[in-house]
Design a protein around this ligand. Structure first.
Ligand SMILES: [Zn+2]
Ligand SMILES: [Zn+2]
Length: 282
């Protein structure tokens, strides 16, 4: 952890990635959002709403799912962002190249799946001078890297990367050793099974470290324990139209024994609370 990334990609002047502070809107018209966690979207709604009328060139690139989540977030917060999002957002499909002209510089931008939370992506920017990867938060293991098609050329050779912007929340000394999701899920399932064997009517509360990011765990637990997962109304709303998550959720606490809530909501019977679960967001 060394510095606060300020959204600048030196090789592509005129764009801002995951940074929407006020002065950025004086410098740039083209913005990129890697995912909808608050530390990557500071000022986004304010910036787009206040510059929407005056800057007709304003653009926001994000993935299809992130666009849905942005709309849901705006609606939850009572922000009228529909017109601004309708006009400014380009919904990126993973691994497809988008040709852009940034102040006269031809740039190809590609959203690469980041495996962090719903809609999350890394961005690959290619110009005639350099190839740049901006990571945002991501969850890849070395073995998986070879499957990132956007980082390979037509002949399946790795494309050279001139610069990597490693803007990840998880670059922490204490997180040097990271369990795989598989290992984390195995552990959670085992804990819940053991608890339920001893307490057949026991209720399980799982600490949710962030609103967005537990999608895979929701699906895994719902399938394994054949039950929906209880979350608050707000989270049901956040996942509206995210078809691979919403059907597994309920806002009715009586419908299930698994509750995935922020800690403040929890009256504890059993809490799965282990440090490595912190990364259920990714
Ligand atoms: Zn994140
Ligand atoms: Zn982050």
């Amino acid at each position: 952890m060394g510095f606060d990334f300020d959204g600048c990609i030196r090789e592509v002047p005129g764009i801002s990635v995951d940074c929407f502070t006020k002065h950025k809107f004086d410098e740039c018209s083209t913005f990129f959002l890697s995912h909808c966690h608050s530390d990557h979207m500071t000022g986004l709604f304010d910036g787009f709403l206040s510059n929407f009328q005056s800057n007709k060139k304003l653009k926001l690139f994000c993935t299809v799912e992130s666009e849905i989540i942005l709309r849901n977030m705006a609606s939850i917060d009572g922000i009228d962002a529909t017109a601004a999002l309708n006009r400014t957002v380009t919904k990126m499909v993973f691994d497809r190249e988008y040709d852009l002209d940034i102040d006269g510089l031809p740039v190809t931008a590609t959203a690469i799946r980041a495996k962090h939370c719903a809609g999350s992506c890394m961005f690959l920017f290619k110009t005639e001078y350099s190839n740049v990867l901006y990571t945002g938060d991501f969850r890849y293991y070395p073995k998986q890297l070879r499957h990132i098609s956007a980082l390979r050329d037509f002949h399946i050779y790795k494309i050279p990367l001139d610069t990597i912007y490693l803007d990840t929340t998880f670059l922490l000394g204490r997180l040097q050793s990271y369990p795989t999701k598989k290992r984390a899920f195995r552990f959670i399932k085992k804990e819940i099974r053991q608890f339920r064997q001893k307490n057949p009517n026991g209720i399980v509360h799982i600490k949710r470290p962030a609103n967005l990011g537990s999608e895979l765990m929701i699906r895994v637990l719902a399938r394994v324990f054949k039950t929906k997962i209880h979350v608050e109304d707000k989270l049901c709303e956040l996942y509206k139209d995210i078809d691979y998550v919403r059907p597994f959720l309920t806002n009715d606490p009586s419908e299930t024994f698994i509750h995935l809530l922020p800690m403040v909501c929890v009256s504890i019977l059993m809490v799965v609370r282990y440090s490595f679960l912190l990364d259920l967001t990714s």
